[in-house]
Design a protein around this ligand. Structure first.
Ligand SMILES: Cc1cc2nc3c(=O)[nH]c(=O)nc-3n(C[C@H](O)[C@H](O)[C@H](O)COP(=O)(O)OP(=O)(O)OC[C@H]3O[C@@H](n4cnc5c(N)ncnc54)[C@H](O)[C@@H]3O)c2cc1C
Length: 464
């Protein structure tokens, strides 16, 4: 193998791009191979007739600073915008929208007044939730599902009308299967250290400085981040339309074969494609590693963006949108009111919203024809929002196998993947399938893996 060939990164979603950015910062040559026609993966924004659509993600969680830090490094931090006021979210119950009680942390109530006044829960439900204050922490350290954790601490109603649509909903996943430890370790740690979550959250001091809310976005949609990242990378080092088919060991490294039959050599390969794609790529290399990666499930999602004249919608749209518990049995999982959530997403006299469909609740949604998806979305939205006219514009984004499901046992699976990777020096995995699903997690992981790869290369170069 020639001296120091470029590091090969497979997959140009945010994780692969973040890995490339970190390598470039460290002056390490790389070659990023992306199967699709563009980089960014599920991040895709479009501008049409004065509307700005995010087809995939639209928010960066500010609490996890790596997304915002990357924007800072790329010189676009001054473009970040917080959500508009009022920062109110709603939950559907009994065919009505109920505001999430003020002062909730991940849906968990921390202030008495709004919790007592809310119409979201029944009185027996409220009593059961309040009883959490007195419950001792769980004794065993075993992983459990979000549903098990929430029902154990707050009762079944809290699981049905909070945890399922909010905590599992973020992942388009199943509340009875998603892992509490893998996804909400902050809550399991709080239980272990303090017993009651309500008590612990009430004792917390609010962060200093102005409260801008938990989320940030960019005026042109999150594709702005992808464009800024791409612009920071040497364009010759990023190849689109280049799917990787397989990798095989060769002396001193790996032979990476593309779908076009091209063979590339490198001592370092970072697999930043979804875990099921990584499983196919390493199938001949290591069947056990392939099976571990292939066992990470993904759910498909569809977003349906809809624009209306302002006066065609009776609801004041005074918030960011709403989530829909499974028990409500409508065709959508959630809706975000993009033009009330973010500035500059629609002309002043218009409204832009989008509905989320699919997930583990409705895996067949991705196969439905466009008109059926629009129908489903409108049927769910019309009675809640008082929509009296047809949409001015519709746009459908299908995301097959897009939402990694970190189900119960995910951390054990990750430990096994890390052990398997020790058999293959120079081979790394990153992306939403593995150590965190949100954009800041993917940025942090991509950059960390790139640094680890550089460090491992330096060690192997120093060996005689
Ligand atoms: C609808 C939706 C809304 C979301 N909303 C938010 C949000 O608001 N905030 C947030 O933080 N997160 C959100 N998420 C989650 C977050 O966007 C994703 O988890 C994250 O962007 C995934 O990045 P990734 O790089 O791991 O994977 P991807 O974006 O899936 O990128 C993987 C890339 O690998 C490529 N690839 C696949 N196979 C191969 C191959 N064989 N060879 C080469 N390339 C290959 C793919 O083409 C793709 O470009 C959302 C996700 C979805 C689907």
């Amino acid at each position: 193998m020639p001296d120091r060939p470029p590091v090969i990164i497979v997959g140009g979603g945010i994780a692969g791009l973040a890995a490339a950015y970190e390598l470039h910062r460290e002056s390490v040559p790389f070659l990023l191979l992306e199967a699709g026609t563009r980089v960014g993966g599920v991040i895709l924004s479009e501008r049409v007739d004065g509307f700005v659509f995010d087809g995939g993600p639209d928010s960066l969680l500010a609490q996890k600073p790596e997304g915002i830090q990357l924007c800072r490094e790329l010189g676009i931090a001054d473009r970040l915008v917080p959500t508009l006021l009022p920062r109110q979210s709603f939950i559907q119950r009994g065919g009505q929208l109920h505001p999430l009680p003020a002062g909730s942390v991940l849906g968990i109530p921390t202030t008495v007044g709004p919790f007592l006044r809310t119409t979201l829960f029944s009185w027996p439900g409220k009593l059961r939730m309040g009883a959490e204050w007195f419950l001792a922490p769980k004794q065993s350290d075993e992983d459990e599902s979000i549903g098990q954790f929430m029902t154990r601490r707050f009762g079944r109603e809290a699981t049905e009308f909070l945890a399922e649509p909010l905590l599992a909903g973020i992942h388009a996943g199943d509340v009875d299967r998603l892992s509490m430890k893998a996804l909400f370790q902050r809550l399991t740690d709080t239980e272990r250290d303090h017993g009651s979550l309500i008590r612990a959250f009430r004792a917390q001091k609010p962060p200093a400085g102005p409260n801008l809310g938990p989320f940030r976005s960019l005026p042109g949609g999150l594709s702005e981040l992808v464009h800024a990242l791409s612009a920071a990378l040497p364009s010759a080092c990023v190849r689109t339309n280049t799917p990787v088919r397989t990798i095989a060991p060769v002396a001193g490294g790996y032979r990476v074969e593309t779908g076009h039959g091209e063979a590339l050599l490198s001592d370092t390969v970072i697999l930043a494609a979804p875990a099921f794609a990584a499983a196919a790529i390493v199938r001949d290399l290591d069947a056990a590693l392939s099976s571990l990666c292939g066992g990470i499930e993904y759910a498909s999602a569809v977003t349906v963006a809809l624009a209306f004249e302002r006066d065609a919608v009776r609801h004041p749209m005074n918030g960011s949108g709403f989530v829909v518990p499974r028990a409500e049995r409508t065709g959508i999982l959630a809706a975000s009111w993009l033009s009330s959530k973010w500035p500059h997403r629609a002309p002043a006299d218009k409204i832009l919203m989008r509905a989320f469909l699919g997930g583990t609740r409705d895996p067949g949604a991705i196969e439905r024809p466009d008109d059926e998806l629009i129908h489903l979305a409108l049927d769910a939205l019309r009675p809640l929002l008082g929509i009296s006219a047809a949409p001015l514009l519709t746009r459908i984004f299908r995301w097959p196998q897009s939402n990694a499901q970190h189900n119960v046992g995910h951390l054990d699976r990750m430990a096994a993947i890390d052990r398997a990777l020790t058999r293959w020096p120079g081979l790394h995995v990153t992306g939403s399938g593995y150590r965190g699903t949100g954009i800041p997690d993917c940025v942090a992981d991509g950059r960390r893996i790139a640094r680890e790869a550089v460090a491992a290369r330096a060690v192997s170069a120093a060996q005689p």
